[in-house]
Design a protein around this ligand. Structure first.
Ligand code: AMP
Ligand code: ZN
Length: 459
């Protein structure tokens, strides 16, 4: 087992080995369910679940947790602004609980369409308030908090290595900060509990030792990850935007509570960008998977497109690149279908393929191995078996793919009926003429003991 992963915490590629036995405990920051996921978010989940497939390919039992952020993620990372869920509720006229449900389901539906595996455990922030309060209480007891008029804050200046994950230059941040930090003592301090406030009625709020309110965004991940995976687990992943704030804060909380860095590996996916700028939910303009489907694309074409780029580089989305991905996927499918039944996989190709994915998930190079195999002189049954084997990681659904059923035109059906009639009348010449005409129209008649069938012409 030679899997190497780039660990953002240590800023280097490291050989992966589980902390305990054969089990890999992995946490992925989940979606904030105040809106649909955009295809950029989905890129991150595709990469995380490729990682999971690689771990499973190597025989590890993966315990995979993903959270649903349904409370507490504010519109600004600086702990100001509105709760995104409240905002979504106001915009749609539905309750915050209703939109959480709606967008969670929509997200799960998108995952399914992209062959992204279900995690072992889904957990919702709003269903884990006592766990979050317990963790905050612990942090408070250790003296790392202070109260302002709007909440309970983590005092980052008290932690020697706060921000190490992102190599934050705290002094520089303080000096260069132009944002109004309100009553916060330092620009990097963050809220763990926010008070509801008298003016605005909140739909999601709970009692706590500090007053009625709701948890900050970062505490939910530390509390739920520790509950399900323990205080130091194997892999924590997310998009690269989480490095400077969210994940630094998750680590700060874990360091104070448990003396751990939460995860042995911190793995981050880079962004999908549009031609103008990076895609983001809050900017309002974004592409959903449903938009791609409306335009006639197979969702797995988007999956293929994501596999053509390394997860540690940004990927610029263009319709042309999606077209190329769709074409490549179609060629793979057609080739796999034409090869018939699978025999034994070609071990050398599988080893080459795994060598690439084990090198920090180099899926573009792994795809190149696949294409070299497709064009090789290997026998068809070996090619088929090899492709199905590596598709356990690619997740392109090649085993189940069938060519779409072709609609047989009414004219062809009618000619086939006339031919049946001619055969019944033993008018072989007319029957042959009709068969030739049907062939001209792109179809063939296959006669068997059970009757005649119309098939799309093969050549
Ligand atoms: P959110 O729902 O905004 O909390 O984001 C869900 C996941 O998508 C997180 O892991 C983010 O880091 C990730 N993400 C957000 N925007 C992009 C993007 N443009 N490309 C790739 N991943 C993204
Ligand atoms: Zn998180």
């Amino acid at each position: 087992m030679k899997l190497e992963l780039y660990d953002t915490y240590q800023r280097k590629r490291r050989r992966f080995a589980p902390l305990q036995g054969n089990e890999v405990r992995m946490y992925a920051c989940g979606p904030t369910v105040y809106d649909y996921a955009h295809i950029g978010n989905l890129r991150t989940y595709i990469f995380e679940y490729v990682l999971r497939r690689v771990l499973e390919f190597h025989g590890y039992a993966v315990k995979h947790v993903i959270n649903i952020t349904d409370v507490g993620h504010l519109t600004s990372d600086a702990d100001s602004g509105e709760d995104k869920m409240q905002q979504g509720a106001r915009r749609s006229g539905k309750s915050a609980w209703e939109i959480a449900e709606l967008y969670t389901r929509a997200f799960q539906h998108d995952m399914q369409k992209l062959n992204i595996l279900q995690p072992t455990i889904w957990c919702r922030a709003s269903a884990h308030i006592p766990e979050q309060i317990a963790e905050i209480t612990q942090i408070e007891r250790r003296g790392f908090t202070y109260i302002t008029s709007d909440g309970l804050y983590f005092d980052t200046s008290k932690l020697d290595n706060y921000g190490y994950l992102a190599r934050l230059d705290i002094a520089g941040l303080e000096a260069g900060s132009r944002v109004d930090i309100g009553e916060k003592k330092h620009v990097s301090d963050f809220a763990m509990w926010k008070f509801s406030g008298a003016e605005t009625a909140r739909q999601m709020e709970w009692d706590s030792p500090w007053g009625r309110g709701f948890p900050g965004w970062h505490i939910e991940c530390s509390a739920m990850a520790v509950k399900y995976l323990g205080a130091q687990f194997d892999i924590h992943c997310g998009g690269k935007d989480h490095i400077p704030v969210h994940h630094c804060n998750e680590i700060a909380q874990a360091e104070v509570c448990y003396g751990t860095t939460l995860a042995n590996f911190w793995v981050h996916g880079y962004f999908l960008e549009t031609e103008q700028a990076r895609m983001s939910k809050s900017s309002g303009e974004f592409l959903r998977l449903a938009t791609l489907l409306e335009r006639g694309y197979d969702p797995l074409s988007y999956r293929y497109l994501c596999l053509t780029a390394n997860y540690r580089s940004d990927l610029k989305f263009t319709w042309d690149s999606l077209d190329s991905a769709a074409m490549a996927l179609q060629r793979l499918r057609a080739a796999a279908h034409s090869w018939g039944a699978a025999g034994a996989a070609d071990e050398a190709t599988v080893a080459r393929f795994m060598g690439e994915v084990d090198g920090d998930l180099n899926t573009p190079r792994a795809l190149a191995v696949v294409w070299a195999m497709v064009k090789s002189e290997l026998p068809a049954d070996a090619k088929k078996a090899t492709l199905l084997c590596v598709d356990r990681i690619l997740g392109l659904g090649l085993r189940d793919w069938q060519p779409p059923a072709v609609e047989i035109p009414a004219q062809v059906k009618q000619m086939a009926r006339r031919r049946e009639q001619a055969r019944a009348n033993r008018d072989w010449r007319a029957a042959d003429r009709l068969r030739a005409a049907i062939h001209q129209l792109g179809f063939d008649i296959e006669d068997s003991v059970t009757g005649s069938e119309i098939r799309q012409r093969k050549t």
